[in-house]
Design a protein around this ligand. Sequence first.
Ligand code: C5P
Length: 202
Amino acid sequence: SQPFTVAIDGPAAAGKGTISKAVAGHFGFAHLDTGLLYRAVGARVLEGARAEEAAAALCAEDLGGDTLRTAAVAQAASKVATIPQVRAALVDFQRSFARRAGGAVLDGRDIGTVICPQAEVKLFVTARAEIRAARRYEELKTKGGVDSFETVLADVRARDARDADRTHAPMVAADDAILVDTSDLSIAAAVAKAIAAVDDVR
Ligand code: C5P
């Protein structure tokens, strides 16, 4: 079947991952969480590697594992994500994934603006920072995390600022993106909106 790309961007813990997985499952599309690419590079840098070299050497096997889901790796990811050479090294992999036969959902920060400006469907998923931090805090608590809500909120805000203010491929909604604010939406309602947006153009 023809390629079909769904681009889902937005800040941390807004619900992109949940929505992306649900949309991919519903339509039988493949899903790429592009944050994992930057997290994998960030993790290598924490181990002492140079960011540009880690990005150039990245392969699919580097993207698994819960070790990429920590707050330290998230902050390292958003730092390496400001480096143009790092972003450039990850473009081809993302674009090939997006154009694979059978359809693809990519979620990240710059999918609708830089990686796939021709995506058939673009969503920008947001929520108020306090709500996103509360969700992240609950998620970390179930994994035995010890950070306070205030720490998690500060982390979310620091990452938002770094992602939105950087020069190269900042986090911003594409002009033609559909905004989905999940602050006051259930997961089911947010997923239904996303599926309806795809159904509209398919
Ligand atoms: O989505 P996730 O929280 O896993 O992303 C980690 C970091 O990777 C983000 O804070 C952002 O700096 C970076 N990122 C990016 N572009 C993407 C996806 C993630 O800059 N497409």
